[in-house]
Design a protein around this ligand. Structure first.
Ligand code: SF4
Length: 726
């Protein structure tokens, strides 16, 4: 689409030997949009989007003027049409969108058209990461067994997605076992500045040219926001919105308020990015940032790596914001280089951002924000969040007391702190607060080498002193990309993690999405028979009751090193600041401070063990998949070979009876409210991605179709919903 370009800002930019077209913000400012150089960086990205897509209908000249006027009011009621550069999907929510696309191809054939013409209109990446379950853990064989199980349970889903991978243009599928969508996005898919070939008029002359514009996206996972740490504006949307974006429809939104968070200082020794993000979450929840953008600024940004920024971006849904944006700076460019992005791309990002006023340096004036909050990084302290909500941060030093209070107030078992029950067939007992799951999981943290190396170093020191994990703890390590496994292996730290049972279980979401797998039957029975409030400690971002595991009621979010520490302690009733984790080989007490690695030690390990080649090697053939993926046989060619008996994927009935000219759209009458919700309702409650209950409508449908309950987990979004709801 060629923009009407009311502000005459379509210009060219020479980068090396190449010339790009772009919609220049400084030119637009000069030609009438006064003051826009003072907009928050995130709004400049939105403004560029509108300038590039001005069609007089979905985007008007008044919309563009409305963005400039935002500077006066710092708020707006104007609805704008945002067109993301691309769409990111994961397999749970992505499959229905691809099913619809496949159905359109079928309809096209029926109407005598060419099915090849049906493809996404903006690039789509679908990463298969949500399916793997930690059925096996704590051994060297766990990874292989979990992957085999995953393929067995998801065969039909993977056959369908492999067909899609082969059949559609502009739809790329990252096979299972590669990583978690947001980490793969951060480390590989994101480009910060996107390009595509366009026919444009420049200085009145039509030209075919590469157009450069900010990398933006919507994704079908709420933590799509993570990539805002790399200055890529994006957020999570519902499947229908993502599908609309995929089909070239604009995303309608109100021009948001932007809350600036001014960062100063530096994190103290022993404090991690996880502690920081839990503090940010608590602080922003208190302020109230729902439907707003959050943008970080101030000198403190320079003391945060891109991985730290991505951790903060990740938890935007937990603090309630649409996104948590960090602008492009020197560190952004360095991260792109370090992760193997091409030198041409890095040069383009630098040149484009500088030409657009999208590049932040120490001397860049602070943008105009709707409101400003301040955060001094040196004030952050080691923290966890729980037992039920991500915003309920508890300082590590107060955790023991915090758990006791929660046991009383939230679980109504205040008088039972000392209660312990024997576990049948085991030589230990179990009580409230005992940690039964310790999971290094979730892109929130696994994308951050400093906390991953920190966990490895802590494991090394603990193992060297002869400490062991308590026998009731199910331990797991699920990195968000194969690069993590590569650097943990190279540094030798994986061997130390293995000694404590943190063996690799998968490259996928696992515990973060509730796929923590079953607990040992004896432990599960003891918990359920005696209504124990046991705990999970995980490096994820959500901890609503039963999200992590149906047997576990108290869930604490923590940094990977603290996950290891709590696996050693075995209980939330242990005060890690004052009580020992165990004794060394000589019988001497070992405290957390004795094995906590220093910031300098961690930084040295990161420097020494992570190379650019690891990224280029691991992402070099990212779409190829493992041997199991390559073995999958595909049904169908240009259209999918639907199986009418499938309880998993069926051709949806939307186009039944549709002619070449569809009937006009009519009003919806007699619609009924399907659900009316109070506060604190999340996608977890509305469409939980966990297991399907036997007595739910979907469960009954699947049972009637002879699907074994063990296979239920995979059907949540893709069972033929129409048939179930009938
Ligand atoms: S690890 Fe968690 S946050 Fe990341 S994509 Fe998976 S479910 Fe979402």
């Amino acid at each position: 689409m060629t923009s009407l370009d009311s502000f005459r800002c379509c210009k060219t930019l020479k980068v090396g030997t190449k010339t790009y077209a772009y919609y220049s913000l400084p030119a637009a400012e000069k030609n009438g949009l006064k003051g826009i150089s003072r907009l928050p960086f995130s709004l400049k990205v939105l403004l560029e989007n509108l300038l590039r897509n001005e069609d007089g209908r979905t985007v008007t000249k008044e919309d563009l003027q409305g963005v400039a006027q935002w500077l006066k009011t710092k708020t707006s009621e104007r609805e704008i049409a945002f067109r993301p550069a691309r769409v990111l999907m994961q397999d749970f929510t992505g499959v229905p969108a691809v099913v619809d696309l496949a159905a359109i191809r079928d309809a096209m054939v029926k109407l005598g058209g060419d099915p090849k013409k049906i493809n996404p209109l903006v690039p789509v990446d679908l990463v298969i990461d949500h399916s793997v379950i930690v059925n096996f853990a704590g051994s060297g064989a766990a990874f292989k067994k979990n992957v085999e199980e995953e393929y067995k349970q998801n065969q039909e889903r993977y056959e369908f997605l492999k067909w899609a991978q082969r059949s559609f243009e502009d739809l790329r599928v990252v096979p299972p076992g590669t990583g978690i969508c947001h980490q793969v996005n951060l480390e590989y898919l994101a480009r910060t500045v996107w390009t595509r070939k366009e026919k444009l008029k420049i200085d009145g002359k039509p030209v075919q040219i590469e157009l450069a514009y900010p990398d933006t996206l919507v994704g079908t996972d709420s933590h799509t926001t993570m990539v805002n740490g790399l200055a890529v504006l994006g957020w999570g949307v519902g499947g229908i919105e993502a599908e609309a974006a995929m089909l070239g429809q604009p995303y309608s939104m109100v021009l948001p308020e932007v809350i600036g968070v001014k960062l100063t200082g530096k994190l103290k020794e022993g404090v991690t990015a996880t502690d920081l993000v839990l503090t940010v979450t608590q602080m922003l929840r208190k302020r109230g940032v729902v439907s707003k953008f959050v943008e970080f600024f101030g000198v403190g940004i320079a003391n945060l790596s891109i991985a730290d920024r991505a951790t903060i971006g990740n938890m935007s849904p937990e603090y309630g914001a649409t996104c948590g944006f960090f602008p492009i700076d020197d560190d952004t460019l360095q991260y792109l280089r370090d992760t193997g992005r091409s030198s041409d791309r890095v040069a383009l990002v630098a040149a484009y951002a500088k030409a657009q006023g999208l590049y932040r340096t120490k001397t860049t004036p602070d943008p105009v924000f709707t409101d400003v909050l301040k955060l001094e990084l040196s004030q952050i302290e080691p923290s966890l969040a729980g037992p039920k909500r991500p915003q309920d941060r508890v300082a590590l030093k107060d955790l023991k007391h915090g758990f006791a209070t929660s046991l009383d107030k939230e679980f109504g078992k205040g008088g039972e702190m000392g209660k312990r029950l024997p576990v049948a067939g085991r030589n230990y007992d179990l009580g409230h607060g005992d940690v039964v799951i310790a999971a290094i999981t979730s892109c929130t943290n696994t994308s951050n080498p400093s906390v991953m190396m920190g966990a490895g170093l802590l494991a090394r020191k603990a193992a060297a002193k002869g400490l062991t994990v308590k026998p009731w703890v199910k331990t797991s390590l699920a990195p968000g990309s194969q690069v993590v496994a590569e650097y943990l292996n190279k540094s030798g730290l994986q061997a130390d993690l293995d000694k404590l049972g943190f063996n690799l279980v998968a490259f996928g979401c696992t515990t973060c999405i509730g796929n923590s797998g079953p607990l040992a039957p004896e432990i599960s029975k003891t918990i359920n028979d005696h209504d124990l409030v046991n705990a999970a400690v995980l490096s994820g971002n959500r901890n609503f009751e039963a999200r992590v595991n149906p047997d576990v009621r108290a869930n604490y979010l923590a940094s990977p090193p603290l996950v290891v520490a709590y696996a050693l302690a075995g209980s939330m009733q242990v005060d890690l600041n004052r009580s020992p984790l165990g004794t060394d080989k000589a019988g001497k007490k070992v405290f957390l401070k004795d094995i906590w690695p220093s910031n300098r030690e961690i930084a040295a390990f990161v420097r020494k063990n992570i190379t650019k080649q690891m990224f280029t090697k691991k992402y070099g053939d990212v779409f190829k998949g493992d041997a199991l993926w390559r073995k999958i046989r595909v049904k169908g060619a240009l259209t999918y070979g639907w199986d009418a008996k499938s309880t998993y994927v069926q051709n949806p009935p939307y186009f039944v009876g549709m002619g070449r000219s569809p009937a006009p759209v009519t009003d919806i009458v007699d619609a009924r409210v399907l659900g009316l919700f109070l506060d604190s309702i999340t996608t977890d409650h509305i469409s939980p991605a966990g297991s399907i209950k036997l007595d739910s409508p979907a469960g009954k449908y699947l049972l009637a179709h002879k699907v074994k309950p063990l296979d239920f987990n995979l059907s949540i979004n893709t069972a033929p919903a129409a048939a179930i709801m009938r």
